[in-house]
Design a protein around this ligand. Structure first.
Ligand code: HEM
Length: 302
């Protein structure tokens, strides 16, 4: 057992653990959305146990909520192993940023447990549900930045690009956040409160009106930015690939967003919209990050 623990927290485990933590956080965001859209938020009315037991209940809502909690436990374990591995690899001295990012993933994930508990105890108050969702996204973004750094995906450009390139990267990242937050406000004002009798934050039509306009302006901004980027400077291949991925994910997201609105928000389409939304934020952040570091000297990206 000791040898096994030593292996899975050793310096060699750091790379796979970064990917495992990232995948686990994303899956947990999707499972959290599944809880919301199927109305299973109070499937386990108590916390941390479920109906006073540590075993899964055998009803639909309870099973969905219990699976979400089990996945959250998986994320916590992955985050702890990641922090221990960073410590054992001596990153506190050699790669201080990576060490801090690994610990931040651990702390952020750990905070999700009491926040999830509070969310159940306050009967799914929209602001509590929203902060739970947003904290998960923050943890996901730290894991993405760590993966880009660890796998050296963010590269220095052969010749430093103009100053507007990193600024544009930061603007795209910030705009993507605005789209996500307005989307969360729509969900908190909408027809999928997570359970019965949960208060709504705002009016659904007004919230959707704002969200769609923010999403449309985001699409226009990235289209213009990518055109200028393609013609005015020659980005490295990794930046081009991330740009294509961003276009594809945002394109699909707009189609799904429109479709769900015209079909009275069926839960499974909303689930796809939320999952794609988290993917869009992650891609926009990865793209923005590769631009943000584009002017740094290559040795500082080691
Ligand atoms: C860049 C494009 C878009 C992104 C990244 C995005 C992202 C999101 C996210 C993350 C949520 C859910 C937040 C949560 O569960 O807390 C959401 C909700 C929503 N979005 Fe979007 N969205 C986009 C475009 C659109 C478009 C074009 C529409 C068209 C009407 C739309 C309609 C909605 C609606 C109605 C909801 C609430 C669904 C519900 O919970 O009932 N979105 N959006």
């Amino acid at each position: 057992m000791r040898r096994f623990l030593s292996r899975i927290t050793g310096p060699g485990a750091f790379r796979p653990l970064v990917l495992i933590a990232l995948a686990a956080v994303y899956l947990n965001i999707v499972s959290g959305a599944l809880v919301r859209v199927t109305g299973s938020g109070l499937g386990c009315p108590d916390w941390p146990l479920c109906n006073g037991k540590a075993t899964p209940p055998l009803d639909y809502h309870g099973l969905i909520e219990f699976t979400n909690r089990a996945l959250a436990l998986g994320v916590i374990i992955a985050a702890i192993l990641l922090s221990v591995s960073a410590w054992r690899a001596g990153m506190r001295r050699t790669h201080r940023w990576r060490f801090r990012a690994a610990v931040a993933i651990g702390v952020g994930t750990f905070l999700q447990a009491p926040l999830g508990g509070i969310t159940v105890l306050v009967d799914l108050h929209p602001l509590s549900v929203m902060s739970h969702f947003i904290l998960a996204l923050v943890v996901m973004l730290i894991a993405i930045a760590l993966a880009l750094d660890e796998f050296r995906i963010a590269t220095a450009w052969p010749t430093a690009p103009p100053r507007w390139v990193p600024i544009g990267g930061a603007v795209i990242g910030a705009w993507a956040w605005l789209v996500i937050i307005t989307g969360a406000i729509v969900t908190m004002s909408g027809t999928h409160p997570g359970s019965e009798g949960v208060p709504r934050l705002w009016n659904l039509v007004d919230a959707a009106y704002v969200h769609v306009r923010v999403a449309a302006s985001f699409t226009v901004v990235i289209a213009i930015f990518l055109l200028v980027l393609a013609f005015a400077v020659r980005p490295p291949r990794v930046v081009q690939r991330l740009a294509w991925l961003l276009v594809a994910v945002v394109g699909m997201q707009i189609v799904v967003g429109e479709l769900q609105w015209r079909t009275q928000l069926p839960w499974w389409l909303v689930l796809i919209h939320v999952s794609l939304g988290a993917l869009a934020l992650g891609t926009a952040a990865a793209f923005g990050w590769t631009l943000a570091v584009s002017r740094r000297p290559a040795r500082r990206l080691r």
